[in-house]
Design a protein around this ligand. Structure first.
Ligand code: ZN
Length: 398
């Protein structure tokens, strides 16, 4: 374990378990809060014209990873599936992009240059991913050069210069907000009240907070880093492996492997670790299993018997599906008014069946429930009390 990793763990432990010594850092935390407040007001000054295409910011108010990237992957896949062209902007954290102000990520790019997350986003979604420090500039270039209809910003909740249509905060269900204090006395980049301003809060792992959206990362299979051969989830059950994770909460990965019946020798590394071949030179001939984020950096080493655990993100909700609510929010803010592609996700709120779009009448019909839902100002109103009851004659004419 490196010095940085130890320091990071020490602070994390103190923040989340509430070390009384942190009391002495409170004045610094107050100064930090004040600084963040002034900074926000300064960056948001001037006219606030809505951006030409909707910008969805996925971020958090705590330091470190809470599952932002998996959520961005999921949202991008879902919107792409509906037929939208989505582009992603990322800071390129962990990479050292010095010469260019922005960079369009390609699959063969060096993770040392563009960052591990950006490369993972590109590989998993197949969508354009642009990285650079000035998010506003990067977003402009992305839209100009790729014609993306929706931009998703991976992180950047505090990047106030970037206008945004929708804000999604990702929280860790187990760690929560720690001792609820700002840096350096606690893990927060902004005070807890900031969460009241965001459109949606998604919890990574149980227990869910707020609206009840839970992001789950389900392991699907293993992939051989050398040959690309897939192995089923039970392939390593009952055997011992070296588990490598350079992510914000490595324990979560080790636990997932243990749940698959695998005997784990844990090797945690700092988030965005720049691996060298000797980092993975472990004793014994046990296979190595790592996260996908680590795999984009380690596949160069060509080590024998190394595998990535491929996981698919998924957002569960105990009410109206999350994707539906996202689209509805975008419509309320003036984008994609009654776009034909949205009909694919519109379902009857009662029977969850498909609807018939009647353009002339500006209505959506559920034949099963004999209801016509109105479309007002090009926004479908999917409420039972607002729907019109259809007579049998009317239904027959459809
Ligand atoms: Zn129905």
């Amino acid at each position: 374990m490196t010095f940085l990793y130890k320091l990071h763990s020490t602070f994390l432990n103190a923040w989340y378990k509430g070390d009384p010594l942190l009391f002495f850092l409170l004045p610094v935390a107050w100064l930090y809060r004040f600084y963040m407040h002034v900074r926000k007001a300064w960056l948001q000054r001037g006219s606030n014209l809505p951006p030409p295409v909707p910008i969805i910011v996925v971020g958090n108010i705590t330091l470190g990873g809470t599952g932002k990237t998996p959520l961005v992957i999921w949202l991008t896949q879902q919107l792409t599936h509906l037929g939208f062209s989505v582009g992603i902007v990322n800071r390129g954290y962990g990479g050292n992009l010095k010469s260019a102000s922005y960079w369009a990520v390609k699959s063969g790019d060096d993770p040392k240059t563009v960052g591990d997350e950006a490369l993972l986003l590109s590989n998993k979604t197949g969508c354009p991913v642009y990285v650079g420090a000035d998010r506003q500039e990067v977003t402009k270039k992305l839209v100009q050069e790729t014609g993306s209809e929706i931009v998703i910003s991976d992180d950047g909740l505090q990047h106030y210069r970037l206008p945004r249509t929708l804000e999604i905060a990702v929280m860790d269900g187990n760690l929560g907000l720690g001792n609820q204090r700002c840096l350096p006395a606690g893990p927060l980049r902004e005070p807890p009240s900031r969460l009241k301003e965001v459109d949606f809060i998604i919890t990574q792992g149980e227990p869910a907070v707020s609206q009840g959206f839970v992001l789950k990362q389900t392991p699907k299979y293993f992939i051989d880093l050398k040959g690309g051969e897939k192995k089923p989830l039970h392939a390593f059950a009952g055997t011992t492996v070296h588990a490598v994770a350079g992510i914000a909460h490595p324990d979560r990965f080790f636990r997932a492997l243990k749940d698959l019946g695998i005997e784990v020798i844990p090797h945690p590394f700092p988030d965005h670790n720049a691996y060298r071949a000797r980092d993975l030179a472990f004793e014994g001939s046990y296979p190595i299993i790592m996260t996908e984020k680590d795999a984009v950096k380690c596949h160069y080493f060509g080590c024998e018997r190394s595998f990535a655990c491929v996981a698919e993100p998924e957002v569960a909700s105990n009410g109206t599906p999350f994707l539906f609510q996202v689209i509805q929010r975008l419509q309320q803010r003036g984008y994609f008014a009654m776009d034909h592609r949205l009909l694919n996700i519109l379902v009857c709120p009662l029977c969850k069946g498909t609807l018939v779009y009647r353009k002339e009448e500006q209505e959506l019909i559920c034949k099963f429930d004999k209801l016509a839902f109105p479309i007002r100002d090009e926004i479908p109103v999917m409420l039972e009390e607002e729907a019109r009851k259809l007579s049998s004659e009317e239904l027959e004419r459809l």
